[in-house]
Design a protein around this ligand. Structure first.
Ligand code: GUN
Length: 294
């Protein structure tokens, strides 16, 4: 039986935010620069409203400027594109995030492509995806960036390790595979058409679960001692009319098998907004021609 340790993403994210706050204060003192993040929310999706509120609160907490743009659900694509152009041209705005999903009448890919790649703090623009793929300096999607920070801190050198990424989304699966490859892992991307999925997962020294299926990864899919990063956030019924959050990994079954695991909640989730702030700081520095590292 392996001793399973939990990776505390909540504590790590709090530490990262505090380092970012120090850097923001320093930038203000030395360069008179205040990084600014604009968030655009179209419509009234309740989950998106919670995300946007949390983003704005944490942006202000680290000393950055927060610009919130809430538009009605019936807003046209042209209106959203016009707002993005305005934000692209605004020197007080260093990062732009358009909250997804967008209402059906708006083509998300057209909107994401309209964002200035230098201000694309989500890292969703094809220019940033391409730069990441060829190993150039890029803005990296926040959840993959957070996963890599946790891995590098808790595992250290990843060179030569077998990494299996479950899920091939543009937001998590593909970019995290690129980052693991850059860290010299042997990377497999598995997905819904992969044959013998449990066998593929059992090869992994590092298993990233990012499929959005509650508790799909069973305990016997995990190699003893492996590091498991659970990106899933699934709300499931609890039986008493309430709901609870579970990941893509059957957490209880992973106990005694995995060496290290991120819990849900409190694992990867809190890292995403902290990395959004990190990307905003990075974008502000690059736009002002200032180097530095948090
Ligand atoms: N909706 C849910 N998560 C995200 C995210 O990380 N970025 C954006 N833009 N929309 C989201």
């Amino acid at each position: 039986m392996t001793e399973t340790a939990r990776i505390d993403g909540k504590a790590f994210a709090a530490g990262l935010r505090s380092r970012i706050a120090d850097e923001v204060a320093e930038l203000g003192r030395t360069h008179g620069l205040k990084p600014g993040l604009a968030v655009v929310l179209v419509g009234e999706d309740p989950a998106s409203q919670v995300y946007v509120r949390n983003k704005a609160a944490q942006t202000v907490e680290v000393g950055m400027a927060s610009f919130e743009h809430r538009l009605p659900a019936e807003t046209s694509e042209e209106e959203v594109l016009a707002l993005v152009q305005k934000l692209n041209a605004d020197p007080a705005v260093h990062g732009i995030l358009v909250q997804l999903p967008l209402p059906a009448q708006i083509d998300s890919s057209r909107v994401l492509s309209a964002i200035d790649p230098a201000k694309d703090v989500d890292g969703f623009h094809v220019v940033n995806a391409g730069r990441l793929a060829v190993g150039l300096e890029a803005l990296v999607p926040c959840t993959p960036l957070g996963c890599m920070m946790l891995l590098k801190h808790h595992v250290g050198d990843l060179s030569g390790l077998e990494a299996v990424v479950l899920g091939r989304s543009n937001i998590v699966g593909k970019p995290i595979a690129q980052l693991l490859l850059q860290a010299n892992c042997t990377v497999t991307i598995a997905h819904s058409r992969t044959r013998n999925l449990p066998d593929v997962c059992r090869r992994a020294d590092i298993l990233i679960a990012a499929v959005g299926r509650p508790e799909m990864v069973r305990g016997d899919w995990i190699k003893p001692g492996a590091t498991v990063i659970d990106v899933g956030i699934n709300r499931v019924p609890k039986g008493d009319g309430k709901t609870r959050l579970v990941g893509d990994v059957a957490f209880d079954e992973a106990q005694g098998v995995a060496g290290l695991i991120t819990p849900v909640p409190g694992g990867v989730g809190p890292m995403t907004i902290a990395c959004l702030l990190q990307n905003t700081l990075t974008a502000a520095r690059r736009q002002a021609g200032i180097n530095g590292q948090v």
